[in-house]
Design a protein around this ligand. Structure first.
Ligand SMILES: *[C@@H]1O[C@H](CO)[C@@H](O)[C@H](O)[C@H]1NC(C)=O
Ligand SMILES: *[C@@H]1O[C@H](CO)[C@@H](O)[C@H](O)[C@H]1NC(C)=O
Ligand SMILES: *[C@@H]1O[C@H](CO)[C@@H](O)[C@H](O)[C@H]1NC(C)=O
Length: 360
């Protein structure tokens, strides 16, 4: 009997989601699904709210941190699963000069701008423009019109993100932006917090990580890049060979929170591989962006799904993106998007299962 009631409630909730997908502006939850692989997304901040994957025993588990309700996402300060913009990461002094004009942005991280400002793109409601729950190409496309002057950024900007599932166990994220009338900096990033052992399985310090990057962009005390590009060789930042995340973390103040310069010059670049021994889950990250912010959730202390409290190092983030504060560093790859030239940032997560790291 209780399961019948649950089913009725489910059908009712699914009906609400369907209504929301038509009206667009309302906040809803949308699932895309391929067998035992499923991802839930909300149009509040274009956020990924769950990723279910099988482990080596065939048991599915949720491998991203998050909340049970949209109300909690509205209070969120961690950016769990968010699509960040107009400019992800930090802009020093909350300002930049472009073609001789000084642009003042909203400061929300001391004197700096972090993740696009107070609302950025992660605390706004996106439109749902395409949605296919299952079948050969489960996907959802969300769009957002960012107005001229929003958070201090110049020009209207049309942004979209498509989350799609591909065989076998691939999640593709395609972020696009089009400047409608003025040149503007754009740096979109996906900010999921990954714990391949399960969102409520404790810390990730024993995960084995490899990052395909020989250099980082060092930062000052307020996490603004100094402009240097320095080698990882002989530092705790060296993940060129796979090793446990926690093996040198104590040499850092609180953990990893740094932009790596990805080595590959291919269109889709190998970025990182993570292996969790307990579950056997492996995540391979590729992206078209030149950098990746590697973050080990250093300051986390947040009640999340099922009331579980996420502590520091409960997850790993691989925020592929342009370099932080690129607008103030002419030696970094440019992030200015001009009208008529589209911005595209592609990511591909490939998940697999292995019993032994060596056999991967
Ligand atoms: C959101 O934050 C407010 C203020 O701190 C709090 O009163 C409220 O309970 C929070 N809501 C949720 C759903 O956590
Ligand atoms: C800067 O100004 C030059 C000359 O007016 C123009 O060609 C160029 O597109 C401008 N660049 C940006 C980023 O606005
Ligand atoms: C959503 O779509 C409507 C209709 O096209 C448009 O007027 C509105 O600006 C869009 N909202 C956002 C947030 O992009």
């Amino acid at each position: 009997m209780p399961s019948k009631i649950n089913l009725l409630i489910c059908v009712f909730i699914l009906h609400l989601w369907a209504v929301n997908s038509v009206t667009g502006q309302n906040v809803g939850v949308y699932e895309i699904k391929k067998g035992d692989f499923s991802v839930k997304v909300t149009n509040y901040g274009a956020r990924i709210i769950s990723v279910f994957l099988p482990d080596k025993h065939g048991e599915t588990g949720d491998v991203v941190l998050g909340y049970d309700t949209i109300e909690e996402y509205k209070n969120d300060t961690t950016s769990f699963g968010a699509l960040l913009g107009r400019v992800a990461n930090r802009i020093g002094g909350a300002q930049f000069t472009m073609n001789g004009t000084l642009y003042k942005l909203v400061a929300n991280d001391g004197v700096n701008t972090l993740h696009g400002g107070i609302k950025g793109f992660s605390r706004v409601v996106w439109n749902v423009s395409k949605y296919q729950q299952d079948g050969p190409y489960p996907h959802i496309t969300l769009t957002y019109h960012s107005a001229d002057g929003e958070e201090g950024f110049p020009g209207d900007l049309l942004v979209s993100v498509t989350y799609a599932l591909k065989n076998p166990y691939k999640l593709s994220v395609v972020m696009k932006a089009k400047a409608l009338n003025k040149a503007t900096p754009v740096n979109l990033a996906q900010h999921s917090y990954w714990n391949l052992g399960g969102h409520n399985s404790g810390n990730i310090l024993s995960n084995v990580v490899q990052i395909f990057a020989s250099h980082i962009t060092p930062v000052d005390q307020s996490l603004i890049p100094t402009g240097e590009i320095s080698p990882v060789k002989n530092t705790p930042y060296n993940f060129l060979k796979p090793r446990e995340v926690g093996s040198q973390i104590k040499e850092l103040q609180s953990g990893y929170d740094i932009n790596y310069v990805v080595d590959s010059t291919e269109k889709m670049k190998p970025v990182a591989i993570v292996y969790d021994e307990k579950s056997g889950r492996v995540m391979d990250v590729q992206a078209s962006a030149p950098g990746v912010q590697f973050y080990t959730a250093n300051s986390l202390n947040q009640k999340g799904k099922g009331g579980y409290v996420y502590q520091p190092h409960a997850a790993l983030c691989f925020e592929t993106q342009g370099f932080p504060d690129a607008v103030n560093h002419p030696n970094f790859p440019p992030t200015i998007v001009t009208p008529g030239k589209a911005y595209v940032h592609k990511m591909l997560y490939t998940f697999s299962i292995t019993k032994y790291w060596n056999s991967y």
